[in-house]
Design a protein around this ligand. Structure first.
Ligand SMILES: NC(=O)c1ccc[n+]([C@@H]2O[C@H](COP(=O)([O-])OP(=O)(O)OC[C@H]3O[C@@H](n4cnc5c(N)ncnc54)[C@H](O)[C@@H]3O)[C@@H](O)[C@H]2O)c1
Length: 356
């Protein structure tokens, strides 16, 4: 079988924890090059991928230009996503980019445009799309289990901003991250809302804030200001009239990691809960069950299993199932993220146009 040779730029937490194991388990592709500005990250990555020094780079231009790389996987801090994607486009190489796709709608729309003109395939890592429960919810909604959707209540809360001694990493710096939990967590929740319901955002009001206002610098004992949000509440309207409430935070004391997705409609409800990896999906559907007595728990059948790394390889090889997040999805998400910031800053309702 044709093997897609993948070069990863940024060998940090997400690359080592998710992307590399994903490619190692995937069919039709393998990691053949790594790039990082940190020698330590490169050494660790090279060991996991069994690569030698000649396959490790400190400059992403060299990795992208390498004849041993067919496709590029971008896992750096957010401010570099679009710059590296542009170089991949220039060299005609397909790329996958971590979320959020970039720092602004304008920046991501430009990359989308360049990729389209060059005929280069792009993928955005909205990893929730590859979770079986999420795919199953999408299918259940398409089968009409909820009927017309009225309300969504979506919550993604963690305590990761409160870990003792957590320092001023790039994600707490607006210049490198753009936003905090907005790009980190809300981006996933916004994308999965569109993915599951097939709906588009039309307007938003929001609040954001920072609880932990300073952190110790990475390279000294000094403290400096945190400039990215660590919580956000938002109310949105979708095209059909479905309204969704979001609660996003990394300062939810002792909670670990908790996600809830509740959808209520004219014919029933779906309630997904994930507490530190323990998942349940409750369903109540049809006239008989409108009392809630017929509510029961379901688990996704095996046909809803998916892998993000496999999906990128499939996209490159033109065998995608059509459920992966494209650059267009990344751009739409970025538009909603921008609107969230604008709504929070202005304390006003912000319309989100579907064009452009
Ligand atoms: N999909 C998800 O659920 C998910 C989860 C975590 C992180 N992410 C995203 O993944 C990206 C990386 O996050 P992370 O948690 O792995 O961060 P990280 O800090 O652990 O890793 C980033 C790596 O990029 C390297 N880097 C920085 N500048 C570079 C450059 N110019 N060239 C090459 N390498 C460079 C750093 O040295 C570091 O090793 C972010 O965009 C983040 O939003 C996504």
């Amino acid at each position: 079988m044709n093997q897609t040779r993948i070069g990863i730029v940024g060998v940090g937490g997400i690359a080592k924890g998710v992307h590399i194991p994903g490619y190692q388990a995937a069919i039709g592709g393998k990691v053949t090059a790594l790039c990082d500005i940190s020698d330590n990250a490169l050494d660790q990555g090279a060991e996991i991928c069994s690569l030698d020094k000649s396959q490790c780079y400190t400059d992403y231009l060299d990795l992208i230009a390498s004849e041993d790389v067919d496709a590029v996987d971008i896992c750096t801090p957010n401010n570099l996503h679009c710059t590296i994607a542009e170089e991949a486009i220039r060299k005609g190489k397909p790329f996958s980019v971590e979320k959020p796709m970039g720092l602004s709608h304008a920046e991501t729309a430009r990359i989308h445009d360049l990729a389209q003109k060059a005929g280069v395939v792009g993928h955005v890592c909205f990893s929730w799309r590859y979770r079986p429960y999420i795919r199953y919810m999408k299918w259940l909604i398409s089968q009409g289990v909820c009927g017309k959707l009225y309300h969504g209540y979506i919550r993604c809360i963690k305590d990761s901003g409160l870990w003792p001694g957590r320092k001023l990493e790039w994600r707490f710096d607006k210049k490198q991250a753009g936003t905090g939990v907005l790009g980190d967590l809300a981006s996933h929740m916004y994308d999965l809302t569109r993915f599951i319901t097939g709906e588009e955002f039309t307007g938003i009001s929001a609040q954001t804030g920072i609880w932990i206002k300073s952190r110790q610098k990475l390279d000294s004992d000094d403290f400096a200001e945190v400039t990215t949000d660590d919580w956000c509440n938002a109310l949105v309207d979708m095209r059909s009239g479905l309204n969704v409430t979001y609660q996003i935070s990394r300062c939810a004391t002792t909670i670990g990691d908790s996600v809830g997705i509740e959808l209520y409609g004219s014919n029933g409800m779906l309630r997904y809960m994930n507490h530190s990896g323990q998942q349940t999906l409750e369903i109540c559907s049809g006239e008989v069950d409108m009392t809630g007595q017929g509510s029961h728990f379901v688990v996704p059948p095996a046909r809803f299993n998916a892998s993000q790394s496999q999906a990128f390889i499939n996209l490159v090889q033109d065998t995608d199932d059509g459920l992966s997040a494209t650059l267009a999805d990344g751009v739409i998400c970025q538009k909603v993220l921008d609107a969230t910031e604008k709504a929070a800053a202005s304390k006003r309702w912000i319309s989100i146009s579907e064009e452009g």
